[in-house]
Write a protein that binds this ligand. Sequence first.
Ligand code: NAP
Length: 248
Amino acid sequence: MRGLHAIVTGGGSGIGAAIATALAAEGVQITLMGRTLKRLEALGLPGAHCIVADVSDAASVQAAFDAAAEFGPADILVNNAGEVESQPFGRTSLDVWQRLLDVNLTGSFLCTRQVLPGMTERGFGRIVNIASTAALRGYAYVAAYCAAKHGVLGMTRALALEVARKGVTVNAVCPGYTETAIVDDAIDRIAAKTGRSMEQARAELAASNPQGRLVQPHEVAQAVLWLCRRESSAITGQAIAVAGGEVM
Ligand code: NAP
């Protein structure tokens, strides 16, 4: 993989940071994108380029990928930037619904269309969309997030077929509850709403995983790394759950 160029959105924290670190360890040239430059730079990945981008904003995405093109064409795109917000369906405003679709689903569309023509022209590309087990099953109180992640998987499958003969693979990785800021926020929220302790709230999330624990970001990164390898060329259109057996 040495010398390939990967763009990782939301690469400054959590799962994205673990993915960027794992790819860099294989000699991949990394471009990190996210809304907060300081967060991207704080990762301290030697040689990585950091570019500010809001994936839900078409003009911002265009400008960011124009800037990234200066570091060479993208061979790998990891659509990892995402956001979750939970509330009962009846209290989900149109604004929240739209924002979660924009960030999680439209963001993946906007970034993918920036790199796809170059990948198909060069006959090589790896697109990995970080979906979720919420792309494979429902969870109460996160209808907008589930809808967006199911959409990501639909886009993954359709595009995989479209470019199947072009040397480009398109896959989704579907983590279960993974120990990052997103899960920390969920634990805070559960504790605040139910009066349970943080430990109880954490244990409740861990219990949904048959292994009885939270997934670690580096475990998600290893699945992404595998999909990005040249040797993984026959794997496309797949949803790879990294969730300790929660879905099968
Ligand atoms: P995280 O640490 O909060 O990472 C999310 C990243 O996305 C942040 O670096 C954030 O950086 C970036 N981001 C958010 N909105 C953005 C936007 N509009 N434009 C550009 N970047 C944006 O949480 P994480 O758990 O690692 O999440 C990474 C991905 O994994 C998400 O797609 C999430 O849905 C998915 N996932 C997580 C879990 C879990 O349990 N943790 C499970 C399944 C799937 P800025 O705020 O600086 O932009």
